[in-house]
Ligand binder design. Structure first.
Ligand code: A2P
Length: 176
C-alpha cells in the first residue's frame, strides 16, 4: 500500500486530513510531510476553544474542523453539558436562537467548520440555520470568559505501563 503522499501523487486523493493532533504533533508532522495536511479535525466547542491551536493552524494554512461542536449531549461519554452553559444561554436568549445554533455560529465565527450530528429532522434544519445571522462583537467577546475544559479526554489511549502515551499530559502534549 502506498503512503498518503503517493496517493496524492497518483491522483487518488485530493487532500489529507489528520485528527486529534496537538500543535506539537502537527509541527512534528510538518517537519517531515511531503504533503502537509489540509485539515485538522479536533474537539472544538465553546467550552474547549483551542485558541493556540487556531493560531498555529492559521499560521500554517491548515483548516480546523470541530467535532462535538455541541459538546455531544446525551451520549453519556461527556459529563459537562455545553448547551446548558450560562454564556451560551444568555447569548441565545438575546438573539432569539437556540443554544445549539449559537454554539455552531460561534464555531463559524471562530473560523473553523462544525460537524454537528443529529438524527432529528427539526434539529438538523435548525443546525443549518446559522448562516444568515451572526453573534455581534460584544456578545462574541463573552465567550472568552468561559472556563475551558477538554471534555473528550482520550483516557482510553493512555496506559501507565504500556502504550505510546502514559499520561493525558503526554497524549495531548500539555494542551489539556
Ligand atoms: P439528536 O440526534 O437527538 O438531535 P455533537 O454533534 O456535538 O456530537 O452532538 C450530537 C448530539 O447533539 C446528538 O445527541 C443530538 O441529538 C444532539 N443535538 C443535535 N442538534 C441539536 C440541537 N439543535 N439541539 C439540541 N441537541 C442537538
Amino acid at each position: 500500500m502506498e503512503s498518503d503522499g503517493s496517493s496524492i501523487q497518483l491522483g487518488k486523493a485530493r487532500a489529507i486530513g489528520v485528527s486529534n493532533f496537538s500543535s506539537k504533533k502537527l509541527g512534528d508532522l510538518l517537519q517531515v510531510a511531503s504533503v502537509p495536511p489540509a485539515v485538522l479535525q479536533v474537539e472544538c466547542h465553546p467550552v474547549w476553544q483551542q485558541p493556540e491551536l487556531h493560531a498555529f493552524c492559521e499560521s500554517k494554512e491548515i483548516h480546523i474542523t470541530g467535532y462535538s461542536p455541541l459538546g455531544s449531549p446525551g451520549t453519556g461519554t461527556v459529563k459537562k453539558e455545553v448547551l446548558k452553559h450560562p454564556v451560551l444561554n444568555m447569548v441565545a436568549e438575546k438573539l432569539g436562537k437556540s443554544p445549539a445554533q449559537v454554539a455552531l455560529r460561534w464555531g463559524l465565527q471562530m473560523g473553523h467548520s462544525v460537524l454537528p450530528k443529529s438524527t432529528n429532522e427539526e434539529r438538523i434544519k435548525q443546525n443549518f440555520d446559522v448562516f444568515d445571522w451572526s453573534i455581534p462583537e460584544d456578545l462574541f467577546a463573552k465567550f472568552s470568559e468561559i472556563e475551558l475544559e477538554r471534555l473528550i479526554r482520550g483516557s482510553g489511549f493512555i496506559h501507565e505501563t504500556f502504550g505510546a502515551y502514559r499520561t493525558l499530559e503526554e497524549l495531548w502534549d500539555g494542551e489539556i
